[in-house]
Design a protein around this ligand. Structure first.
Ligand code: PGA
Length: 266
């Protein structure tokens, strides 16, 4: 079976000054600026989006934001709207990242409101979900994933127009150097895909890209990305190093090319 389109995201989090961001973007342009498959999306901090857009505009790299507010505009001091993001070149946005859920305290309801606003504005969305370590130990992983998906996607129609990507990011694997094993990740991804099938349809589930995130590195990327239900990665720490991020992108590219030659050969 041929693979769904895959997305490799680089979530820079609260890193990079303006000069560092444009330098990193320029280095990525040199290394992977012409890679169109997988989709490669970088997520710099808000103040650097416009400058990074000017660096990558004529490449195949895509631009995303790490967050968005749930109202269209108005008196929301400090917040950033979907229209603003689009106006500085962002096409994608992450919602529901575990750092926003657990450090900032965002609820599923807030994630849902942000997701709906982003999709209706035409932004492509990465919805992040994942269990904590204690939830995994208590065998609650599937319950947590189903509950986060159900609440975050409440009222959301089968994605049309804008694209919806799910990122499975076990909280205990984010920034810790402790990656889920390929088997653990595959099991969670298969569960998420089955959930999407129940929620929408087999076709939607089969066509939805599900990324893995949590301490992805050049060393572990290939084995994770080779799993049948893993369609890309959301990369944090390793996305700040151009060479390492590029090698994760190239691991995904190699897998896509192997799949294509299997399909052509069959
Ligand atoms: P990490 O972050 O790769 O540094 O673990 C992943 C993420 O938070 O998206």
């Amino acid at each position: 079976m041929s693979r769904r389109s895959a997305v490799i995201g680089g979530n820079w989090k609260m890193n990079t000054t303006l000069a560092e961001a444009t330098e990193l973007a320029a280095e990525l342009t040199t290394r992977i600026g012409s890679v169109g498959h997988p989709d490669v999306v970088i997520f710099p901090p808000f103040p650097n989006l416009h400058a990074v857009d000017t660096v990558i505009r004529d490449t195949r790299l895509q631009l995303g934001a790490q967050d968005v507010f749930w109202a269209e505009k108005g008196a929301y001091t400090g917040e950033v709207s979907a229209a603003m993001l689009k106006s500085v070149g962002a096409r994608w946005v992450i919602v529901g990242h575990s750092e926003r859920r657990h450090i900032i305290g965002e609820s599923d309801e807030v994630v849902n409101a942000k997701l709906r606003l982003a999709l209706s504005t035409g932004l492509d969305v990465v919805l992040a979900v994942g269990e904590t370590e204690s939830q995994r130990e208590a065998n609650e992983t599937q319950y947590v994933l189903a509950s986060q998906l159900g609440r975050s996607l409440d009222g959301v129609d089968k994605p049309a127009g804008a694209r919806l990507v799910i990122a499975y990011e076990p909280v205990w694997a984010i920034g810790t150097g402790r990656t889920a094993t390929p088997e653990q990740a595959q099991a969670a991804h298969a569960f998420i895909r089955a959930w999407l099938g129940d929620r929408w349809s087999y076709e939607v589930a089969a066509g939805t890209s599900i990324q893995y995130g949590g301490s992805v590195s050049a060393a572990n990327a290939f084995d994770l990305l080779a799993q049948p239900d893993i369609d890309g990665a959301l990369v944090g720490g390793a996305s700040l190093k151009a060479e390492e991020f590029a090698s994760i992108v190239m691991a995904q590219r190699e897998l896509l090319e192997n799949d294509r030659s299997d399909t052509i050969g069959s």
